[in-house]
Design a protein. Sequence first.
Length: 431
Amino acid sequence: MWCARREFCGAWLCAVATAACAGEPPGLPSVSSGSEGSSGTTVASSTSAETTVGPDPDTATTGSTSAGSDDGTGTTGETVLCEGPLGLCHALGSVVVLPEDLTSIAHGNFDGDEYEDVVVGAGSRTQVHVAFGTAFNPLQAPQGYSTQFDTDVVDVAVADLDGDGVLDIVAAHPLDLTLLRGAPDGTFSIAGQVGVGSSVLDLAIGDFFPDQSPTIVTVGAQLRLFTSLGRGPFEYFVATSAPLGSNSAQRSLTVGNLDPSATPAIGLTHRDASLVSTHVLERIDVVQASSLSLGLPVAITAADFDGAGLDELVVASGSGDAVIVHQLGPNGDFAELARAEPAYDVTALEVVDFNIDGNLDILFGTDGDPGAIVVFLGDAGFSFIGPFEFLANEALVDLTVGDFNGDGIPDAAGVGMSSITLVLSTPTNAG
Ligand SMILES: [Ca+2]
Ligand SMILES: [Ca+2]
Ligand SMILES: [Ca+2]
Ligand SMILES: [Ca+2]
């Protein structure tokens, strides 16, 4: 057992310093110690990986990492979270530097190997970067792709748009979408462009039209659904749209199985109106199904917390810095199911079973100097233990979760303006 101090932290969870958990796994990408301890309430402490910048910003390099102690004493200041009966550990991984005004991140396995990969949107001349997972030090040497629009990419999403079994990328600009066709070797080429006609603030993918290619959903002043129904695989057009009132600059969306009468449904946050709403497709019209007042909602996602088949909405609120899990009642109403209070300035939100104990967990990307990837571990009673904090080297603007080192355990990748910070499952040799 190499998570030796697990007993200090409770029966099912431990969060221990590097000395207890790291060093043993071969190839663990430990990072050099950085600033002083974190402000979190856990043992998690801060790190700041040494990084180098490549000569060509389009082919940025991975931050160098220093090996942890292998004599069992470990180095100080590293962040490792070990939890669960299997002694699973997560540790800060390398920091990938991309000085490109990064805006967004999504994940998928683009090259069909055993490692999930990421795509990052940027506000600079190389607007999309793809970085590949590997066994021990993932996301090295991102490959940059330029689109044909000279505007920022505000969000990215991943789906197999043409049904060839290879993931494709949707990059949203303020007024357009770029569709990038994936090749089996993990390279991409521009395959389509779509004019949106109004500001795009957030992007999601859903299956709103049975037996058709994935639907692209955007939100800005309008909520719009794009489909290729009856056209070529990368020839998307607006299938339906609905005005949302004022031209808010602070909206975000998610698509989930939210409504018993319609699959899927859209969850929206309207920060300026302190409102959360859900929307469903009725025939060819998008209609609002429900709404709830919630102070300054900043991020939203959907997941089935109670295992009952319908997703709950998870919303990060900027007012109380709280996250509320909602469940739609029989009349389309919201009901609060659970609440975590991260006390951080949340900018991004993901839900995954991070410690694979069967209960969904909540991960936040946070603002600040620096920001952090913050983990709250859920239990079967819809309560959350945390925060467990992994400091990034800058404020985070977006977050995604995937298995980047291919061990079957989720990892997290948070993106800031100029870097990607990884929290990686460490190879476990615990029996
Ligand atoms: Ca891959
Ligand atoms: Ca495809
Ligand atoms: Ca869990
Ligand atoms: Ca992993």
